[in-house]
Design a binder for this molecule. Structure first.
Ligand code: 13P
Length: 252
């Protein structure tokens, strides 16, 4: 639907951080957000071991929880893996798939990511599909071609704005303190929106496209103001309630 403005999403990816000692942060976050009027949804993706506990300490708040990855199968002989159905059972409403750290550390290809996104859909979870170029690819002018290819390969049949969110995370901006300029972010996001038309037709306008990579309270407002940015995927700054709320408030 042309002209539809999707409701933004600010999602926190804790990565491999957090034990029960860390539960005070989501508890604090829920308390801090209680009386804040927000124009966005908020999601916290803790390690799967903490999913239920984080959900419990945020009970009564609007904050949802998600997983950081899922296996393609429902169940079976896959030691150490977690299925989308298990995440759903643990209270998650979403799963990040295809994060660059999974693509790099676990050799995940676009085909793997596509199968994982399909698994998330099967379980009734929103798939947050991550794409983004390396520094080398950016320097050689390949950014738009890289994200086009990742998008084309990573979105399964049946992708809709209701079951899928795109996260553009330039690999060189993750955990480095470096960010693209607002104009560079707008260029890529506008390109992604256009490319999404191939996968979801006119629904592309309603799909959320998050920016991720060194988002902090000090740069959130500016990054979120770029064209076709509908929220953020936040790593390090999502671990502390005070920092995360500073980003969420870009939508207060
Ligand atoms: P940082 O916010 O720590 O750069 O991480 C971004 C990220 O990878 C979120 O998925």
């Amino acid at each position: 639907m042309a002209g539809t403005q999707p409701r933004p999403l600010v999602a926190g990816n804790w990565k491999m951080n957090g034990t029960t000692a860390h539960l005070r942060e989501p508890r604090l976050l829920a308390a801090m957000l209680r009386d804040v009027k927000l124009r966005c949804e908020v999601l916290v993706c803790p390690p799967a071991t903490l999913a239920r506990r984080v959900k419990a300490v945020m009970k009564g708040s609007r904050i949802r929880i998600g997983g950081q990855d899922c296996h393609t199968a429902v169940s079976g002989a896959h030691t150490g893996d977690i299925s989308a159905e298990m995440l759903k059972d643990a209270g998650c409403t979403a799963a990040i798939v295809g994060h660059s750290e999974r693509r790099t550390n676990h050799g995940e290809t676009d085909a793997t990511v596509r199968a994982k996104a399909a698994a998330a859909h099967r379980a009734g979870l929103t798939a947050i599909v991550c794409i983004g170029e390396t520094l080398e690819e950016r320097k050689s002018g390949k950014t738009l071609a890289v994200v086009s290819k990742q998008l084309e390969g990573s979105l399964p049949e049946g992708t809709t704005p209701a079951n899928t969110v795109i996260a553009y995370e330039p690999v060189w901006a993750i955990g480095t303190g470096l960010t693209p300029t607002t104009a560079e972010v707008a260029e890529v996001h506008t390109h992604i929106r256009k490319e999404l038309g191939k996968a979801v037709g006119e629904n592309a306008a309603a799909m959320r496209i998050l920016y991720g990579g060194s988002v902090k309270p000090s740069n959130a407002q500016e990054l979120m103001s770029a064209d076709n940015v509908n929220g953020a995927l936040v790593g390090g700054a999502s671990l502390k309630a005070a920092d995360f709320i500073g980003i969420i408030k870009a939508y207060a």
